[in-house]
Design a binder for this molecule. Sequence first.
Ligand SMILES: Nc1ncnc2c1ncn2[C@@H]1O[C@H](COP(=O)(O)OP(=O)(O)OP(=O)(O)O)[C@@H](O)[C@H]1O
Ligand SMILES: Nc1ccn([C@@H]2O[C@H](COP(=O)(O)O)[C@@H](O)[C@H]2O)c(=O)n1
Length: 230
Amino acid sequence: MRKITIAIDGFSSCGKSTMAKDLAREIGYIYVDTGAMYRSVTLYALRHQLFNEDGSVKTSELEKEMPNIKISFQLNKETGRPDTYLNGVCVEQEIRSLEVSSHVSPIAAVPFVREALVAQQQNLGKDKGVVMDGRDIGTTVFPDAELKIFVTASSEVRAQRRFDELKAKGMPADYDDIKKNVEERDYIDTHREVSPLKKADDAIELDNSKLTIAEQKEWLISHFNHIVNN
Ligand SMILES: Nc1ncnc2c1ncn2[C@@H]1O[C@H](COP(=O)(O)OP(=O)(O)OP(=O)(O)O)[C@@H](O)[C@H]1O
Ligand SMILES: Nc1ccn([C@@H]2O[C@H](COP(=O)(O)O)[C@@H](O)[C@H]2O)c(=O)n1
């Protein structure tokens, strides 16, 4: 069966990576979480004091540090999913913290950061057979992707899902803080100058507010089958 490129974009915490991971596992494709890459640069910047007091990025310092930031993925045999590594150390937990979530969108708006990560993403997907999720996969990273999905859900639903997830993991969570973070990231991601979050003209939109995880997986597999069988 021919291999294709699948781009899943959308708003924060709407279920993109859940959909992308489920599909990749089902069809035997590589899964790439591009948000994890922006989060890793953010973690590095936090650890190296590369933010100003007001939360803006110390861009010239960060630019000098970019050659020292190496991001990679390794399959976790227990979860069956790729873990994110920053300079050879697994940072899968740390990059999901609210502190990283609160600083990531300004980092992702920096043009040289995007340029470096987009080049790496294009390289990871150059042989097709990849499901990649993010904000600009269908518009910038792989504008020729055969299947493009744009996922949405209300901010209340998204915050509630994230809140439930953190609670289930026994982690501290405040619904209002999470909702505020989700909305702030959406605003910065849709308003930045370089590759703002937007639906590609040829993307299929899915509002999954009222869908279960199983239903959205079935919906996505049917779109995949339609493309590869026609
Ligand atoms: N249809 C759904 N119904 C209920 N919960 C869902 C659904 N889809 C995803 N979730 C849950 O919502 C949470 C956020 O999902 P996920 O991490 O996949 O979102 P995301 O869009 O990749 O987020 P981010 O942009 O922050 O990386 C997870 O706890 C996930 O299990
Ligand atoms: N292709 C992408 C992916 C992510 N971002 C930025 O990273 C943030 C975190 O992404 P998550 O998917 O893990 O939530 C996100 O809010 C964006 O600022 C991006 O710009 N482009």
